[in-house]
Design a protein around this ligand. Structure first.
Ligand code: SAH
Ligand code: SF4
Length: 378
């Protein structure tokens, strides 16, 4: 049974219209859901029974049941939810100087199977429905309401278990629901979707007309290293991935964040840093690199890079004018952040935030077109 949170305002209006009900009822119901954060249909006191009864028969209210809530010293809070099919998912609430973010899960397990990732060890059982993703946010928001400080979820990171672009339609629907002015109205610029690099979906995402941030899990600057830890790279090698990323930048005028987990002896040498700087050189002002100290997973042999090597890597990027930050960790003692991530998504920029301009993007497209033409003619 689908959840009420799976319906866009248009879906709900349509459902009501089929029963001869007026569109304003959809607005009212959405207000209960996303302004008053009610936890049940019974609380929607101005909606008549003749609407609520069939609605509740067709759509469950919340598809989530909490199993465990764990809170770390820095207030990072991890929620473990059970779904109707008894699958378990994790959601993480994090406090930052700029607001409160929630990291959501999009699939049960993940089929991309990156070697370093705990989620990749569990083959995908199923995709989450849009409403199961929206409900994670609403559950956390109600938790904040109960704390009584008037705090609001202000940022969303789609970086929990699963590959969001392998559950593309549900994730897009989720984004539209939480971003809607009449819903939670979380600004698109406050939402970040992270992908392991499904190039065709990056191109599709570029056409959505959403201002949502894109993060790409790069983790290596060349095909050899990347394919050795991410088998998706064999399907979409770096050249193809970057073609899609350039298309995304050109279409959306938006910057891209590159996530780079630092794994000891695998991708953290000065040579890797130089290659990464060279790879990003054509898009310097449009790229941000997040260096993430790797969190070891019991089932694989990888270890976190040594602090000195992370510092050296960072220095090389900085010397090459790459915007770069070493990501700060959150809630480590409760193993927070969506199964594998356990670190905070931060957009702190060490380099002065470079102002992107349309001119830069235009130049970039021209240079790339010229490079393609000269490659064809040579
Ligand atoms: N599937 C998507 C989003 C979820 S993973 C993706 O891969 O981008 C979110 C981020 O956590 C990715 O950058 C992923 O590579 C990283 N990650 C996975 N396992 C990790 C670990 N053990 N330590 C640190 N980061 C990890
Ligand atoms: Fe899936 Fe992302 Fe983990 Fe890779 S890193 S296995 S894509 S969740």
């Amino acid at each position: 049974m689908r959840s009420i949170y799976s319906l866009t305002l248009a879906d709900l209006t349509e459902w009501l219209a089929q029963r001869g009900e007026k569109p304003y009822r959809a607005d009212q119901i959405w207000q209960w859901l996303y302004r008053h954060h009610v936890a049940s249909y019974e609380e929607m006191t101005n909606i008549p029974k003749k609407i609520l009864e069939p609605l509740s028969e067709e759509f469950v209210f919340s598809p989530l049941r909490t199993e465990i809530v764990q809170k770390a010293q820095d207030k990072t809070t991890k929620f473990l939810f059970e779904l109707h099919d008894h699958s378990m998912i994790e959601t993480v609430l994090m406090y930052h100087h700029y607001g409160i973010s929630v990291c959501v899960t999009t699939q049960i397990g993940c089929n991309i199977g990156c070697k370093f990732c705990a989620s990749g060890l569990i083959p995908k059982v199923r995709d989450l429905e849009a409403g199961e993703i929206v409900a994670q946010i609403m559950y956390v928001q109600r938790h904040l309401d109960q704390l009584g400080q008037g705090e609001k979820v202000s940022h969303i990171v789609v970086m929990g278990i699963g590959e969001p672009f392998d559950n593309y339609d549900n994730v897009m629907k989720f984004l539209r629901i939480v971003n809607s002015d009449k819903g939670l109205a979380i600004g698109a610029r406050h939402i970040t979707v992270s992908t392991s690099g499904l190039a065709p979906k990056i191109r599709e995402f570029a056409r959505e007309g959403l201002q949502v941030n894109l993060a790409v899990s790069l983790h290596a600057p060349n095909n050899e290293t990347r394919s050795s830890i991410m088998k998706i790279n064999r399907e979409y090698p770096i050249e193809e991935l970057f073609d899609a990323i350039y298309e995304y930048i050109e279409r959306t005028n938006r910057r891209v964040t590159f996530e780079y987990i630092m794994i000891d002896g695998v991708n953290d040498t000065p040579q890797h840093a130089k290659e990464l700087a060279a790879l990003l050189k054509p898009m310097l002002k449009l790229a941000y690199v997040n260096l993430i100290p790797y969190n070891p997973v019991a089932e694989n042999p990888f270890q976190r890079s040594k602090a000195d090597n992370i510092a050296r890597f960072f220095d090389i990027l900085m010397k090459n004018n790459v915007n770069c930050v070493v990501r700060k960790e959150h809630g480590t003692e409760i193993e927070a952040a969506c199964g594998q991530l356990r670190s905070q998504y931060e957009r702190k920029r060490k380099n002065k935030t470079a102002k992107k301009t349309k001119e830069e993007i235009r130049q970039l497209s021209q240079e790339r077109k010229a490079a393609k033409i000269s490659a064809q003619t040579n």
